[in-house]
Design a binder for this molecule. Sequence first.
Ligand code: MF3
Ligand code: CO
Ligand code: CO
Length: 287
Amino acid sequence: MQRLNRNDLCWCGSGKKYKRCHLDQERKLYKYEEQGFIIPPLNIIKTPEQIQGIRNSGKLTKEILNMVGERIKSGITTNDINQWVSEFTIKSGGIAAPLNYEGFPKSVCTSINNVICHGIPDATVLKEGDIINVDVTTIFEGYYSDASRMHIIGKASENATRLVKEAKECLKIGIAAVKPYGGLNAIGNAIEEYCNKLKYSVVRDLGGHGVGLKFHEEPHVNHFACRGKGMLLMPGMVFTIEPMINEGGYECDTLDDEWTVVTRDGSLSAQWEHTIVITEDGVEIIV
Ligand code: MF3
Ligand code: CO
Ligand code: CO
């Protein structure tokens, strides 16, 4: 009997190479399902063209984040950041995804100190010692990319500086846990294990998300430990990892503006976010 080479056409008549054939894929998926993985809805797997579109969008998001990083300093307002992001996005032919998203009134999220996320730019003046997350989501040629960074204004307390640094490490650890044909839950397991050692907590009420064709898609990405393997990570899946790390408890509250999420105990919170794509042999950070 002839052994099929991975590059031969599949015997099933699909016209695809054996390696890529849907029957082969289905057999493989069945095996993973038996092992306890949740099989993703296959429509969340992006085509190479879509991934390239998300990369192009990510390039603009990165430029915006860099621009903010160069200008942010003590004495400016979060409204100023909003205006910079808005103008730069429009000038570059993009659309700021937050503006009017489910009623969000501005083009960017700015979250200072005890604000976990979704802070609304306003007349608040940044001052020495503040830590602030600037979260940029851009639509470019129809594709979404989403990323955020922390900034330390002047010199912050040792505690704040450490939290910002460790939150970045948490994002790195989460990404390192991503393996093609591994489980989504590996991400939260790795992040929580690291945070427990530091006596920090991981926000549970908000998570990362699929992104690319819409702002928020499947899967929902928990940054805390969960039982089971979770969703099977398949090449072509695009999602964010964006752990929110609190100095105190993980509990949070939403303010009356219906957006701003703060730590219940008033402790500091920090977050970094990347959009990633699962590849055949690992992971690519899109932005
Ligand atoms: N960029 C945020 C995220 O990482 C979502 C912001 S929603 C908004 O998912 F409406 F507040 F912009
Ligand atoms: Co996000
Ligand atoms: Co974001």
